[in-house]
Design a protein around this ligand. Structure first.
Ligand code: HPA
Length: 273
């Protein structure tokens, strides 16, 4: 069965539990941001384990559940956990979840992540609106796809109107929002200091291990995409603090409340589009 057929089947099962109302937007929550699930009103929660073909994510700080409900009057489908390329070497690990969101009606994807800064102009604790990416992972989620749709135009992959809506949302709440280019590294080891320097020279403002693959998939599926990084640390070599997953998670948890404020403000703007 094709991914599309599987997704249609899953969407049917999901609708039996969540109702027929179409989803407006899909959200992917990055490390340490799982708490945002509590913002979903009248949630219907379905563990990935009950959705045949959804990935088993083994990353602490992720919550492998699909949550459908409403936030700020917007019908959302939240992917509480993501699978990363580094987990099993599958860059397309999120394809079925994204196809399923699309089958549920979502024409927009908002991806969030934790990321390191690639230079000193961006600091831990700040949020960065991603306006483009560098794929330095050496992989692409559409490898193996045979249709001509695989030749996806990545110009404005991070949708200008949605970016403007995030900016208006941040402004309305007085949230300091940076904007820049996200470099996707495969992980799971953190980058070396030389790699962070290289990424900066190539034009990156932040480095991370996710999101780019999902945005490529979203564009392939005809969804608009927007993505925000929670800068949890200075990239390798930019500070004395040693990098670890627990530091990343703690830093993400510290800014989780402000992140929720930003996401809510964005969703209010999204409602006006
Ligand atoms: N590098 C890659 N991924 C990350 C980082 C980092 O410094 N911080 C959080 N996720």
């Amino acid at each position: 069965m094709s991914a599309k057929q599987l997704a249609d089947q899953l969407a049917g099962q999901i609708r039996q539990r969540s109702g027929d109302q179409a989803v407006d937007i899909g959200l992917i929550l990055g490390s340490g941001l799982a708490g945002f699930v509590a913002a979903v009103e009248d949630p219907v929660k379905i563990p990935y384990a009950e959705l045949a073909g959804f990935p088993a994510t083994g990353v602490e700080g992720h919550n492998p559940e699909l949550i459908i409900g409403t936030i700020e009057g917007v019908r959302v489908a939240v992917l509480g956990g993501r699978s990363h390329y580094y987990e099993n070497g599958q860059a397309d690990a999120m394809r079925l979840p994204l196809e399923t969101l699309k089958a549920l009606g979502a024409n927009t994807l908002l991806a969030t992540n934790s990321a390191g800064s690639a230079h000193l102009g961006i600091s831990p604790g700040q949020f960065m609106l991603i306006n483009d990416h560098l794929n330095l992972a050496g992989a692409n989620p559409l490898q193996g796809e045979s249709s001509n749709q695989r030749f996806v135009d990545m110009t404005n992959a991070y949708d200008p109107d949605l970016r403007a809506a995030v900016k208006r949302g941040a402004e309305s709440e007085g949230i300091d929002l940076q904007e820049g280019v996200y470099a996707w590294f495969s992980g799971p080891s953190f980058e070396t200091p030389a790699e962070v320097r290289m990424a900066h020279i190539l034009g990156a403002d932040a480095v991370g291990m996710s999101t780019a693959a999902e945005v490529i998939l979203a564009r392939f599926l005809g969804m608009k995409a927007v993505a925000i990084s929670n800068i949890t640390n200075a990239g390798a070599g930019l500070s004395e603090i040693s990098l670890s997953h627990s530091q990343t998670q703690q830093a993400a948890a510290t800014s989780a409340i402000q992140f929720e404020t930003l996401l809510r403000a964005f969703l209010r703007q999204f409602n006006e589009l």
